[in-house]
Design a binder for this molecule. Sequence first.
Ligand code: ZN
Length: 240
Amino acid sequence: MQVLVLSDVHSNLVALQAVLADAGSFDAIWSLGDVVGYGPQPNECIELLLSYPHLAVAGNHDWGSLGKMDLRDFNVDARQANLWTREQLSARSWGYLEALPETLEEDDFTLVHGSPRYPLIEYLVYPSLARQSLSFFSTSVCFVGHSHIPSLFACTDSEVRVVTPALDVPLKLGNERYIINPGSVGQPRDGDPRASYMMLETGEHTITYRRVVYDISVPQALMQEANLPPRSIARLEFGW
Ligand code: ZN
C-alpha cells in the first residue's frame, strides 16, 4: 500500500494542496496531527483531508483550539491563533478534531504527534529521547511530527543512528526500529520553506522524503486579513 505520510498542516490549505498534487497516486493519507493552528484555513484543510481515505492522530494545536489543552502551555502567537481557530471551526471540524485519538497502530507502524511516551507534547529531536521512546511503542516504526523538522532515527538495542535521507531517493528500512518525522506541510522549521512530506510503501517498508514549492503569499495574505500574528506570517517565507 502506498501511503502519503504528513504532519503539521497548520491550516495551510495551499501547502496541503501542493503536497497532494505532488504526491502522485496513493492509497491513503496518514496525518500525524496539528492539522489546525497558526494558519488561516482550518475548516478547508479538514474538509480536504476528509475527502481522502485517511488515518489521523491529535496534535497539541488541535487540542488547544478545542480547549482540550491549556492555552497557557502555548507561546503567545500559537495561543492567539488557537483562539482565532476556535472561533472559525465548523461543527463538523470540531467533531472531527475532538474524535482524533492520541496514538494509532496500523500494521507495523505507530502514529503519534509528539512521542509515544508523551503523545501530545514531547519533541523527539535528540537521539537520547529517541532511545527513551523505544519502550513506549511495540511496532518497528513510529511516525512522529510536532518538531516540524524532517528526521530519522534508526535504533538498535545498543545504538541510535541519526540518518539524513536524501530527498526523492527511496530508502528501504532494514531490521532496526525507526522513529521517523516527515517534517511539516504548513510551517517547516528546518530552514527550507517548501512543504515537507513523505511517501511510504508499507509492504516494502520503503520511505521517500519529498519537498514541494507552494505560493506562500496566499496563506500570508489570508493571515493578514485575519489579523493573525505577524511573526507567524513572516516565518513561512524562511522556514523556521
Ligand atoms: Zn505543529
